[in-house]
Design a protein around this ligand. Structure first.
Ligand code: GTP
Ligand code: MG
Length: 186
């Protein structure tokens, strides 16, 4: 019998505190959501197996927490490079209802490239998720789809998804794109 090749894909999830990184991961992997907020200390990580074409893939999702001080400087260097090493894709998450979390995308993008130090930073696959699209039926959103799409376009045509971890909206789609992009980069 032919042995099936198993591929391990590592995805790093970054974004400001409270944007819903852990919730997206839990919705995707465990189909669970809680409105209770428990900040991640250090890093969360889970794995999920999925079939992409004829490949059995183990997607390893790592949510990393880095704390920025008010000047935008990193306070915790310690989590650094070890967590990012070997990443096949990086998901940047912001909250559509919190403008600052969108402004932070530049920082996260830079932070990732600095820490992971991929061989070709220009083609390394990112994906952007605008989360909490459910809140107030979208009436409290402060970042327009165009503004987000423009940021993604000007940073190397990054794929963009609007998601709700709460209502399980676009979560599978986003992670499938993450897995496929990571696989293509592997
Ligand atoms: P840190 O671990 O501190 O970095 O935060 P995080 O990015 O992991 O955020 P987390 O997933 O813990 O979510 C923060 C809060 O937002 C929690 O109270 C969640 O229930 C809530 N939340 C997350 N995603 C959504 C969403 O899509 N819609 C709504 N309405 N609330 C959400
Ligand atoms: Mg978290």
């Amino acid at each position: 019998m032919a042995t099936r090749r198993r591929t391990l894909l590592k995805v790093i999830v970054l974004g400001d505190s409270g944007v819903g990184k852990t919730s997206l991961m839990n919705q995707y992997v465990h189909n669970k959501f809680s409105l209770q907020y428990k900040a991640t200390i250090g890093a969360d990580f889970v794995t999920k197996e999925l079939q992409i074409g004829d490949k059995l893939v183990t997607l390893q999702v790592v949510v990393v927490v880095v704390i920025w001080d008010t000047a935008g400087q990193e306070r915790f260097q310690s989590l650094g490079a070890a967590f990012y090493r070997g990443a096949d894709c990086c998901a940047l998450v912001y909250d559509l209802n919190v403008s600052k979390s969108f402004d932070s995308l530049d920082n996260w993008h830079e932070e990732f490239l600095k820490q992971a130090n991929p061989s070709d930073p220009k083609t390394f696959p990112f994906i952007v998720l605008g989360n909490k699209v459910d809140i107030d039926g979208g009436r409290s959103r402060v970042v327009s789809e165009k503004k987000a799409a423009d940021w993604c376009a000007s940073n190397g045509n990054i794929p963009y998804f609007e998601t709700s971890a709460k209502e399980d909206y676009n979560v599978d789609e986003a992670f499938l794109t993450i897995a496929k992009t990571a696989l293509a980069n592997e």
